[in-house]
Design a protein around this ligand. Structure first.
Ligand SMILES: [Fe+2]
Length: 355
């Protein structure tokens, strides 16, 4: 633990960006460091785990694992959305898997059955256990919130005020407007880099775009790039160069620590990055489109293929960065003036990991 505290202090969050250095490479390679991030970052912040359109009818549920914490989000008979730790109170098996619809949550192991509100309804052969209190063995709840088309959970005892954190974003991209978009597609990518390498790449204020994404660069006005920081939220934006995919403007919002919302032309794409281990991560990308824009199917496919190419270019560079972070010749680097949102992300990490 002393080592981790020393490693934390090696990043100077108080320096002006002109003198600041990026966090030491061990933040990106150490398993012990990742364990601290799980505990102090991913168990403290809101994280996107599902879409509202997956959870419209009673009994609809989505189960998954948030870092290493199994969850299930379920729509109740009363219309309320609830989230639970997806762990049977008998012997810890997951009571739900994947996505689907059910009337009750039945543990596949011994048939313990929970209502959509998490209450334990049946526990076969437990009737003769002394003092067994069924009411005390319901699924453990998690905090759950809807923001626009997204469902988020928080593992914190007292979660952050999401509306306050996202107020500057809501002013720019009203969540009700985003809810009116139509879901198109979800893709997942396993990348051989620390999860923060992917976030850092997103947060360089367009610095890498002319080098890594030649084709995209022609569609953006890179001189018009602006970066605004709001603590646990940053918004990068620029004008489009007239291409139909990008349209007149592009807004790239980063919600600390792992959520990216990209609004451009008729599109919204939402990216979530989560650690797998210290040196690999998973990125889930979901695309929505404005149904009033009347983009035909062939054009949707063409524009998704462009997004895919940009993503593959980012995957390649992120994996190259991770290989470099293992080099004994590299530890930290300076920030370019366009990398204010990245510095803000690192400062937020340092503040979260301190406590
Ligand atoms: Fe990129």
């Amino acid at each position: 633990m002393d080592d981790l505290d020393a490693l934390l202090r090696r990043f100077d969050a108080a320096a002006p960006i002109s003198r600041a250095r990026t966090p030491p490479s061990a933040w990106y390679t150490s398993s012990a460091w990742l364990e601290r991030e799980k505990e102090r970052l991913f168990r403290r912040h809101w994280c996107v785990v599902a879409r509202v359109d997956q959870l419209r009818r009673s009994g609809d549920h989505v189960a998954g694992v948030l870092v290493d914490q199994p969850y299930v989000v379920v729509r109740g008979d009363d219309g309320a959305l609830r989230a639970f730790h997806n762990v049977c109170r008998h012997h810890a098996t997951a009571v739900a898997s994947g996505e689907g619809r059910c009337e009750e949550l039945v543990c596949p192991y011994h048939g313990w059955t929970y209502g959509l509100d998490g209450r334990l309804i049946r526990a076969p052969r437990l009737g003769k256990v002394d003092g067994f209190d069924r009411a005390a063995h319901g699924l453990a709840p998690m905090h759950v919130r809807v923001w626009g088309p997204l469902v988020l959970v928080s593992l914190a005892d007292e979660p952050r005020d999401l509306d306050r954190d996202l107020a500057p974003l809501a002013a720019r991209l009203p969540p009700d407007d985003l809810s009116a978009l139509s879901f198109v597609e979800r893709r997942t990518y396993r990348i051989g880099c620390n999860w923060k390498v992917f976030a850092d790449n997103y947060l360089d204020g367009g610095y890498h775009v002319p080098h890594m994404h030649r084709e995209l660069a022609g569609k953006l006005d890179l001189d018009a790039y602006t970066v605004e920081s709001f603590g646990r939220l940053s918004i990068q934006s620029t004008r489009g160069g007239g291409d139909p995919r990008v349209g007149a403007a592009a807004t790239y919002a980063f919600v600390h620590p792992n959520l990216m919302l990209n609004r451009y032309g008729p599109w919204l794409d939402v990216d979530v990055v989560l650690p797998i281990d210290a040196e690999s991560c998973e990125v889930v990308m979901e695309w929505w489109i404005d149904p009033t824009a009347r983009v035909d199917d062939a054009e949707v496919e063409r524009q998704l293929a462009e997004s895919e190419r940009v993503q593959q270019e980012d995957v390649a560079v992120c994996e190259a960065v991770q290989r470099g972070l293992r080099s004994i010749a590299f530890d930290t680097g300076p920030y370019a003036s366009s990398e204010a949102a990245m510095f803000e992300f690192h400062r937020g990490l340092a503040a979260d990991l301190e406590r």
